[in-house]
Write a protein of this length. Structure first.
Length: 44
């Protein structure tokens, strides 16, 4: 499990990404889903 510090860091990075690229939460969820699919696919 991630520590609170790690969660805060990750949350801040996500906030920066959303601000930088002006992506919506729904778009972000799609991106994460695509990353998970790619990872699963590559792992066989």
């Amino acid at each position: 499990m991630a520590t609170d510090g790690e969660k805060t860091y990750i949350g801040n990075q996500i906030d920066l990404l959303i601000e930088q690229y002006k992506i919506t939460n729904n778009e972000f969820v799609e991106i994460i889903d695509n990353i998970k699919i790619d990872r699963d696919w590559n792992n066989g």
